[in-house]
Design a protein around this ligand. Structure first.
Ligand SMILES: [Zn+2]
Length: 213
């Protein structure tokens, strides 16, 4: 077959009349997964004109998304980092948006149930969020909500988590993990030693001191 037509880079212009017909024909039609994948591929990276965006926004206004659709969007966005510029735009778009008391209640309830499931880690939304790792007394602590060895805030000493992973069991509350080279942040398993309780741990330290003097 021969290929006719001009430069492939030139996007064909569709007459408004034709576009209207297409839009009417497509209304309510469900596309196959394959087709949708192709469309999304074609649109990827494409910048929409201001006019087009305005129209889309107009078309979506007042439209309620199905829970399934909303779930999909949320899944697609999960773990996605937005650029500072994009986040600024989102925040601007939300400004002046009035949330009805009813909706506010829903949002609050959703957060509350998330928190109960342990989905929301303390300080998660904060800009100083460091992935739930922190420092306490020179030791690395990690946020592990629901961990039986955690403190009131849900923090666990990292050396204990490393030892637990190594042993394949939880540590008892009396068990002590010692740092062999004395470096409290060196939590490689080869630098860790387990003692059944602080008594044995203390005895070991005394022994080491004696050896040095
Ligand atoms: Zn020690």
């Amino acid at each position: 077959m021969k290929c006719i037509g001009g430069s492939p880079s030139k996007r064909r212009r569709t007459l408004p009349e034709t576009r209207k017909k297409i839009s009417e024909a497509l209304r309510g039609r469900k596309f196959s997964a394959e087709h949708r994948e192709k469309m999304s591929e074609a649109l990827r990276g494409r910048k929409l004109s201001a006019e087009h965006r305005e129209k889309m926004s107009e078309a979506h206004k007042g439209k309620k998304l199905s829970t399934e659709h909303r779930r999909k969007i949320s899944e697609a966005h999960r773990g996605k980092k937005f650029s500072a510029e994009h986040r600024r735009k989102l925040s601007k778009a939300k400004q002046g948006h009035k949330i009805s008391p009813e909706n506010r209640q829903k949002i609050r309830a959703a957060w509350e149930s998330k928190r109960k499931r342990g989905d929301i880690r303390r300080g998660h939304m904060a800009t100083y969020w460091k992935g739930g790792r922190s420092n306490r007394g020179g030791y690395v602590i990690v946020l592990k909500p629901g961990h039986p060895g955690g403190d009131a805030q849900g923090y666990v000493y990292e050396q204990r988590l490393v030892m637990e992973k190594h042993l394949g069991r939880l540590l008892g509350l009396r068990e002590v993990v010692h740092h062999i080279n004395g470096n409290r942040v060196d939590n490689r398993i080869e630098n860790l030693m387990l003692f059944p309780s602080f008594v044995e741990h203390l005895a070991y330290h005394r022994e080491q001191r004696k050896k040095l003097t």
